[in-house]
Ligand binder design. Structure first.
Ligand code: SAH
Length: 284
């Protein structure tokens, strides 16, 4: 397959060799959020093993490849994960150029580390290609900056599920509530009631802004702005469907000024600071 990436004086596009596995993030949905390394991999792969969250259209860049769906949705037991990892080993041993494509970033709540460990244990050469994670890029697509000067100097990424699919009992919600101004929750919809209650019990105000972005960075993107006390009711009323990223923190209000997709469609720009601190400073 010819490599169609542009020549660049400072970048080389590596060759995906037979017997190798490249473990690669596909970003949150929009194919434009793939990295050039990901595109390079798609163009060369003999086999692409992809997850449910890999955006529509991305696989069209690998017309030469055999496509294997390895989708599974949250909370399923782990043996299947083992099967996927071993499948990668088998394909590599059969001399294939293997692309393992995962939604977002492979090392963010994606079990990419486990797959990579299996490859290492079996002596399979591999390359890791990071991707844009939904908890950063998906929020940016909704106009929510994951950090914003003066609003939050910290952000914590948590998962709403543990391995068994239950609410994460091992998480120190009190500590997170105290220590992190912005909390970004993956796989949190099933346990939204539990999570919002724990955060309020730990002292976060009932009125604290919550943003829920479903199918971020896709044509189906939907954004709900709500509060800790209203989140369960509002999300049920809106009929939100996963995948969803939930974020808790005052930075969610920035969306009122930064919803760039609405602005591009002609919605008037509000010349106010949604956080009520006056106009943003011009200087850095
Ligand atoms: N590795 C992925 C996360 C996998 S866990 C990443 O870095 O983004 C799966 C969870 O990610 C989903 O339950 C959801 O919480 C989140 N997610 C992934 N893609 C998403 C999208 N396009 N929109 C909203 N949430 C998404």
């Amino acid at each position: 397959m010819t490599n169609t990436l542009p020549a660049h004086p400072d970048a080389t596009w590596p060759e995906l060799l037979p017997g190798w596995v490249w473990l690669c993030g596909a970003g949150p949905g929009d194919p434009g959020l793939l990295t050039l390394h990901a595109l390079n991999a798609l163009q060369q792969a003999d086999v692409v093993i992809y997850d449910a969250l890999v955006g529509d259209g991305i696989l069209r860049w690998a017309p030469q490849a055999e496509l294997i769906y390895a989708g599974k949705r949250g909370g399923k037991p782990s043996p299947k994960q083992r099967d996927i990892s071993l499948r990668l080993v088998e394909l590599a041993r059969a001399g294939k150029r293997v692309l393992r494509l995962k939604g977002g970033d492979p090392f963010v709540f994606g079990r990419g580390g486990e797959e990579a460990q299996t490859l290492v244990q079996h002596g399979i050469p591999m390359r890791i290609i990071p991707g844009i994670t939904a908890g950063i890029g998906g929020l940016a697509y909704a106009g929510i900056p994951v950090t914003h000067r003066d609003v939050n100097q910290s952000v914590t990424f948590v998962t709403g599920h543990d391995q068994s699919g239950e609410a994460t009992g091992s998480l120190d919600w009190e500590g997170i509530a105290r220590g992190s101004q912005m909390i970004v929750i993956y796989m949190g919809m099933k346990h939204l009631a539990h999570i919002t209650e724990r955060l309020m019990d730990a002292g976060r105000p009932a009125s604290e802004p919550v943003g829920i972005v479903t199918s971020a960075a896709t044509a189906d993107q939907h954004v709900l702005e709500t509060t800790l006390s209203q989140a369960v009711e509002d999300s049920a009323r809106a009929g939100l469907q996963p995948p969803a990223i939930i974020c808790v923190g005052r930075g969610v209000l920035m969306r009122q000024a930064l919803d760039w997709q609405a602005i591009a469609q002609g919605q008037p720009v509000r010349d106010v600071d949604p956080l009520g601190r006056g106009r943003p400073a011009e200087s850095a």
